[in-house]
Design a protein around this ligand. Sequence first.
Ligand code: NI
Length: 169
Amino acid sequence: MIYPVVKYGNPVLDRPAEPVTQFDAELEKLVADMFETMYAAHGVGLAGPQIGISKRLCTIDITSEQDPSAKIVLVNPVIISTESKQTEEEGCLSLPTFRAPTSRPLKASVRAQDIHGQEITLSGEGLLARAFCHEVDHLNGTLFIHHLSVLKRDSIRRRVKKMVKAGEW
Ligand code: NI
């Protein structure tokens, strides 16, 4: 099932998500739906709150469905270490059409649970590190625009407001 992606302005994106406690068939179905939704939207990452489900889980595939082994599910993820810095264009399915150079760690390690509740630790570099940080941010109620300058963030806010008024958001 493909969910509609929640857009910036919806309060579900602003609040910390709840921990996942049940590792059951329902979670497996939700994760399958999240991958389907993420691929349909041409995203490389999707967090629960972005489909209106305020739970601490996300899906990531930086190969955009090219490599099945690149599919990552993180349940209750925490960034445990970061190293160095990168600044690249970043976007978000909840802020369609907006992209901006965003500073992130060059390397990041994340501790999480897999879909069965087993503890896992993954390390990523470049785009994968960026995806880890971006998705964990979502679970804490933070969007990439919070990493931009106030000036840049306000400019995006104003443009979204105009689009809301025009019925384009
Ligand atoms: Ni996002």
